[in-house]
Design a protein around this ligand. Structure first.
Ligand code: PA5
Length: 464
């Protein structure tokens, strides 16, 4: 029961010049060989830690499982405080693998405490969280690789004050930090306060960290089998080591993205046909956007490269975005996520046969309908000469989710190599971060503050 990746609709003759030919891949082989060796070297030199995550040390898995068990026994709510790579993975895996109405289930049917991922600082959202949790029965898992992210640290300050009011000096029992093994404020604070802490390996960046305690602890707390997640990732890791481009799924998918990007497909849509995979599209949007959207290449030349991620949901967005995908500009590559066996079957009962629009539905299942709609959309896109490919989940389970996460991370690593950019940094987000700190008066940023304040808003462009 492993993932399948169906690339037919990238090479189909119906696509005419909008698709690829097998020769395109053959002529890509030299680029692949170079990328393959570069990545292997970076892996061996321990520069790219995510390659090693499927082989996560046994003693750390045991520690995560033990902590998860203690949390399940003692607490009713588990809240992740983090943003970007420190939140999107936990949310995506939770949604994929737990009941879609997890928090609303009765206690005995849930795998663990109620689960929240707070990845924004909208004051209304924060205030509403405190209406539904009881702080004295809550663990807050503060996740920040850098230990310096203002949003997450603000949340930490807010919950610390709340906890101190509710449980006094025992507030540290309600905190778990997940951060860099050595560096950063959170690590220092953990030492000072004696807070339970998990480490994100220093050579693993935020958006590649789902298979570290960033994702593994929240998953284990809600009852997900983390060993299965890692086993799936291991299976995919082995496939992504293959030296033949046609057999290496990550390298081949990355080559397709890059070849089509060079031909103007500068948008990449991910469209899961499963609500359980909806937030995988959010997780992937960050991975693709932040990793591949770059101004400079590795030689310091301006390249302004990137493929804009677009999130969609099948079938919902068939009634919203598919018109654009089928008839709009030829600038998109679509990636569908298909599920062969959903975890539930719902029959559509036959009734009102006097209406043709109802008669043909009766006796089928929602499962058949959603699969048929996916195939029909795929067909319509192919006919309209829009390249697309599909990742097929035999079923959504921890093993296939582990395969999926690793496949996309490795694909992004290959894309970075092919495009000769650093897929693992994010210099473009720094300016905005600094300007925020400056506006809030952080020491040492007085000049930046003046620079920001000098940019005046002209009232004539503000309509009311
Ligand atoms: O991928 C990344 O590195 C970023 O998106 C980070 O995940 C995000 O900025 C949050 O950073 P941190 O985990 O350091 O708080």
């Amino acid at each position: 029961m492993v993932l399948k990746i169906d690339l037919n609709n990238v090479f189909h003759p119906l696509l005419q010049d909008e698709g690829l030919k097998e020769q395109d891949i053959s002529s890509f082989k030299e680029k692949f060989n170079k990328a393959f060796l570069n990545l292997r070297e970076k892996k061996e030199k321990q520069e790219l830690g995510f390659f090693h995550l499927p082989y996560f040390p046994e003693e750390e898995i045991v520690e995560i499982e033990k902590t998860a068990q203690e949390i399940k026994e003692k607490f009713s709510y588990f809240v992740v405080l983090g943003i970007g790579g420190s939140a999107l993975g936990p949310l995506a895996v939770h949604t994929a693998l737990n009941n879609l109405r997890y928090n609303e289930l009765p206690d005995e049917l849930r795998g663990g405490p109620k689960f929240y991922v707070e990845d924004n600082i909208d004051p209304e959202r924060m205030a509403s969280l405190f209406k539904v949790i009881e702080p004295e029965k809550t663990v807050f898992n503060v996740i920040t690789k850098s230990g310096a992210t203002a949003e997450t640290l603000s949340q930490l300050l807010i919950v610390t004050e709340l906890l101190k009011k509710k449980v006094g000096q025992r507030f540290t029992d309600h905190l778990i930090f997940t951060t860099d093994p050595e560096k950063g404020n959170l690590r220092a604070l953990a030492r000072e306060l004696g807070v339970k802490t998990f480490a994100i390996p220093s050579n693993v960046g935020g958006r590649f960290s789902e298979l570290t305690p960033v994702g593994l602890l929240p998953a284990a707390v809600t009852g997900i089998k983390i060993r299965e997640l890692l086993a799936g990732a291991r299976e995919m890791a082995e496939k992504c080591e293959r030296e033949n481009l046609w057999e290496n799924p990550a390298a081949l998918a990355a080559a397709i993205h890059v070849l089509l990007l060079e031909r103007g497909k500068n948008m990449a849509v991910m469209m899961p046909y499963a609500d359980s995979l909806k937030y995988m599209a959010d997780w992937y949007a960050q991975l693709l956007g932040e990793s591949i959207g770059k101004k400079l290449n590795c030689r310091g030349e301006e390249v302004y490269v990137g493929q804009t991620p677009v999130k969609a949901l099948g079938v919902t967005d068939q009634h919203s975005q598919v018109q654009l995908y089928t008839e709009g500009p030829f600038d998109k590559l679509l990636l569908f996520l298909e599920v062969e066996n959903y975890r539930n079957t719902v029959v559509i009962p036959p009734d009102f046969p006097q209406y043709a629009e109802l008669k043909f539905l009766g006796g089928h299942t929602l499962n058949e309908l959603i699969i048929a709609e996916k195939k029909a959309t795929e067909f319509a896109l192919l006919k309209a000469r829009r390249p697309n490919y599909t990742i097929i989940f035999p079923e959504v389970n921890p093993y296939t989710v582990g395969e999926f996460l690793y496949f996309l991370e490795a694909k992004i690593a290959f894309m970075g190599e092919y495009l000769d950019i650093n897929a693992f940094d994010q210099p473009g987000v720094e300016e905005g971060k600094k300007a925020t700190y400056a506006l809030l008066g952080r020491e040492g940023l007085e000049e930046k503050r003046q620079e920001v304040l000098r940019v005046q808003k002209d009232p004539k462009y503000i309509l009311s």
